[in-house]
Design a protein around this ligand. Structure first.
Ligand SMILES: C[S@@+](CC[C@H](N)C(=O)[O-])C[C@H]1O[C@@H](n2cnc3c(N)ncnc32)[C@H](O)[C@@H]1O
Length: 224
């Protein structure tokens, strides 16, 4: 059933970005501003963004001087991102790859310093798929690398509203969201250093989110 939902969501996001190529605007999100500071403080040399959309936040990282690799399953959104990066003169800083978060990351082990994902892990992914994404992030991050991600949580007004797909996934207005419990956040931080879980809201609804910051251990964990 989730397979069907997933295909439908992919089509949905493609048509959303075709109709609204700049739907999130060009100002960076607050979590991206925060993440750029965290990445700078840890002297990160490279950033990977998952679910980058048309790139309001990837462009912020590029403007701040980070080489950024932006991924999303919408090629339409990433085309818009590349056009804007050229327009702003930061195209050399930005690489894009059409990538479904359910697939392994197209990057070698321990090859990036910072990973950012604003409202990607709370898309139509099962708990098992979310765990696999975080395991992939851990694989590609260097030791003491940082993951900053945001998710809508179970105190959001849309939690429990619309069509249920099980596993805390609800579809409302065509958008399917996996609402995170605090238990899930803690589960995903097992073996990492959980540095912060910060509550905030965004947009008109407003969406209730957590911004999570976690760091990989100094030495990679042995493969299980
Ligand atoms: C809520 S939007 C956020 C976009 C961007 N992070 C921002 O804040 O401007 C979620 C993004 O995740 C992408 N997405 C959803 N499911 C995905 C998946 N399974 N793999 C890759 N990208 C996905 C959508 O195309 C969309 O761009």
């Amino acid at each position: 059933m989730l397979e069907e939902l997933h295909g439908a969501q992919r089509k949905h996001w493609q048509s959303v970005y075709t109709a609204h190529p700049e739907m999130y605007g060009w100002r960076p999100s607050e979590p991206a501003r925060y993440a750029a500071e965290v990445f700078s403080a840890s002297r990160a040399g490279s950033v990977l963004e998952l679910g980058a959309g048309h790139g309001r936040d990837s462009l912020h990282f590029a403007r701040e001087g980070f080489p950024v690799h932006a991924t999303d399953f919408s090629g339409t959104a990433l085309d818009r991102l590349r056009a804007q990066a050229s327009h702003e003169g930061v195209a050399e800083q930005v690489r894009t790859t059409v990538h479904d978060a359910r697939d392994p990351l197209p990057l070698p082990d321990a090859s990036v310093d910072g990973v950012f994902a604003h409202m990607l892990l709370c898309m139509a992914l099962s708990t098992q798929e979310i765990r696999a994404v975080v395991a992939e992030v851990e694989r590609v991050l260097r030791p003491r690398g940082t993951l900053v991600y945001t998710v809508r949580n179970t105190s959001d007004a849309h939690y429990g509203v619309g069509t249920t797909h099980g596993d805390d996934i609800y579809e409302h207005g065509g958008f399917a969201v996996h609402f995170f419990s605090r238990e899930l956040v803690d589960d995903l931080a097992r073996g990492w250093r959980l540095r912060e879980v910060h509550s905030f809201s965004e947009g008109e609804l407003p969406r209730r989110l957590w911004r999570i910051t976690q760091t990989t251990p100094r030495h990679p964990r042995p493969a299980s």
